[in-house]
Design a protein around this ligand. Structure first.
Ligand code: NAI
Length: 521
């Protein structure tokens, strides 16, 4: 077959005339059933096949129940539900692939099994049929190896639950024809999804960029910097729906650990992705999270709701001071000044502004309360300014924002008591951490940005694609490049540099792309 791929595979037509073109879904498990539902809802005749006898019929019955529920909730009319269900046909042999214009594979996550399935399919399908894999971790390039027409194989990576999650990563292997990937992008749009194009690299977009969300918390736990409830509360305060610990408990530590391990192995054991001993121990101990009733938190009947951190009590007056200054410039310094103005209007005249000190925060007499730049309070204070404390990156929008802080180990007891009172007076719910570099939010966001920057530089996805993928695939409150715009490349690079200086090794190396952005800023 020598024709150009765009003439070979008629996917543009598939997107434009969805009602006419049959789709075969292979694998009727949790993902396959969802993909069948979405394709049928978009108007396609759908064939559903599973190697396990009765599995496809069972999946169809389950879908019928789902549609009944949607009808009862008035999200679907009974007539529409009947039409959609009628479009889903159970097939018992792969020969049916001859009628399909698109095959979506959602079978077991094993390279050899997927390869062999696609080779069987190639012998049956029409010349212009496109083959798509829903693999979440296997290289699309590797799955295509052995096909006569590897250019027609593409990744179509849905997220669970398929009918609800908007994101589809459209993954191009080395030989995937651009027209095939473009056709799947159009098709995913026609199915009501938001497709984001990715190059086939370990973890694609979401599973790669999300690694630090878990890894940094696991590292902080290993260092005994804080307990899971505090770390979760700090990250929920930034807008994440779930903190990393409760989220890992939900996903299952076995699943999360295996994704981390596979990204680590696939990157030739790059220390950046090294899995955590903390998680390994949970897996080894069978503490897999919700599904076993115990992970970081207990889910036994009657167990307390996880991850609750008490609000700090409201503060009536200000801690005593002789001199007080808001230090530095920018949104955090401005917000501190405004909050002091609201809290103590009668003493505002006593508050100096020191814009040029090279840091941001409050100077209370000789003591310093500094926005973290990645370095620890102990490093920043040195010997001369023992009474130093650092606080985490705030969002400044949450009404009762949980904020990590840490005093220098040289701090006097008086300052270690007063520093959080100042944070309370400024409207935060301060949570004390050990004096670790980058605390929680600055450290986690910087690493998410760093990973996203590497992905962009390596042509895995665009910055816009990375933001969309993280917001839609894992419900992040903002994308990594939104955070980069907010905090600025120099601040992110500074936090990474401090982490790198503390821990050494490859883990915190700065993305060259990010370094360049910092140089341009
Ligand atoms: P599952 O275990 O629920 O379903 C897999 C189905 O495939 C089973 O019914 C099994 O009988 C069938 N099967 C296995 N080998 C087969 C073969 N050779 N031919 C036909 N059918 C075969 O698995 P799940 O969770 O639906 O995952 C399927 C694929 O989707 C995997 O590649 C997985 O990595 C990927 N994926 C899973 C996500 C999830 O959250 N579960 C998210 C995104 C992708």
């Amino acid at each position: 077959m020598n024709a150009a791929p765009s003439q070979l595979f008629g996917l543009t037509g598939l997107a434009k005339a969805p009602a006419d073109l049959p789709v075969l879904v292979v694998g009727a498990g949790i993902m396959g059933a969802g993909i069948a539902q979405v394709a049928a809802q978009a108007g396609h005749p759908v064939m559903l096949f599973d190697v396990r006898e009765g599995a496809a019929a069972q999946a169809r019955d389950q879908l019928a129940t789902t549609f009944d529920t949607l009808v009862a909730k008035q999200k679907l009319t009974a007539e529409a539900a009947a039409h959609i269900l009628a479009r889903i046909q159970v097939v018992t042999a792969l020969d049916s692939a001859a009628r399909a214009h698109l095959v979506v594979e959602a079978i077991v996550e094993k390279l050899e099994v997927k390869r062999s399935l696609f080779q069987q399919l190639e012998a049956v399908v029409s010349a212009d049929c496109v083959l798509a894999t829903n693999t979440s971790s296997i290289s699309v390039t590797a799955i295509a190896n052995g096909l006569h027409h590897p250019q027609r194989l593409v990744g179509m990576h849905f997220f669970n639950p398929v009918p609800l999650m908007k994101l589809v990563e459209v993954v191009s292997g080395l030989q995937t024809a651009p027209a095939v990937a473009d056709g799947i992008v159009e098709l995913a749009q026609a199915w009501g999804k938001t497709p984001v194009h990715a190059r086939s690299t370990p973890g694609f977009i979401v599973n790669r960029i999300a690694r630090p969300y878990y890894a940094e918390t696991l590292a902080l736990l290993q260092e005994q910097a804080a307990n899971p409830a505090v770390l979760d509360a700090c990250l929920r305060s930034v807008g994440f729906r779930m903190g990393p610990c409760e989220l890992m408990d939900l996903i299952g530590h076995d699943t999360n650990f295996s994704v981390t391990s596979s990204v680590y192995e696939a990157n030739f054991f790059d220390k950046r992705f090294v899995p955590s001993l903390v998680q390994r121990e949970l897996v080894d101990g069978g503490l897999l999270g919700r599904k076993t009733g115990r992970g970081f938190y207990s889910y036994a009947p009657g167990a307390e709701k996880p991850a609750m951190v008490p609000d700090s009590p409201a503060l009536t007056g200000l801690p005593p001071f002789t001199t007080l200054a808001v230090v530095g410039t920018g949104p955090v310094a401005d917000a501190l000044h405004q909050r002091l103005a609201a809290h103590m209007p009668e003493r505002l005249a006593e508050v100096a502004r020191l814009p040029d000190a090279g840091w941001v925060g409050l100077q209370v007499g000789d003591a310093q309360l500094r926005l973290t730049d990645g370095r620890t309070a102990t490093e920043l204070g040195g010997v001369s300014a023992a009474d130093t404390a650092v606080f985490d990156w705030p969002t400044l929008v949450a009404p009762t924002e949980v904020l990590a802080w840490a005093p220098s180990v040289r701090s006097s007891d008086a300052w270690a008591t007063q520093a959080p009172l100042w944070l309370q007076a400024l409207g935060f719910n301060p949570q004390r951490l050990a004096d670790v570099p980058g605390l929680v939010v600055a450290r986690t966001l910087s690493m998410l940005v760093n990973e996203a920057a590497d992905a962009v530089q390596q042509g895995v996805c665009s910055a816009v694609g990375a933001d969309a993928a993280m917001k839609l695939g894992v419900n992040y409150p903002a994308g990594p490049f939104d955070w980069l715009a907010r905090w600025g490349a120099p601040a992110v690079v500074q936090v990474l540099a401090a982490l790198d200086a503390t821990y050494r090794g490859e883990r915190y190396r700065t993305s060259p792309w990010l370094r360049q952005q910092a140089a341009l800023a």
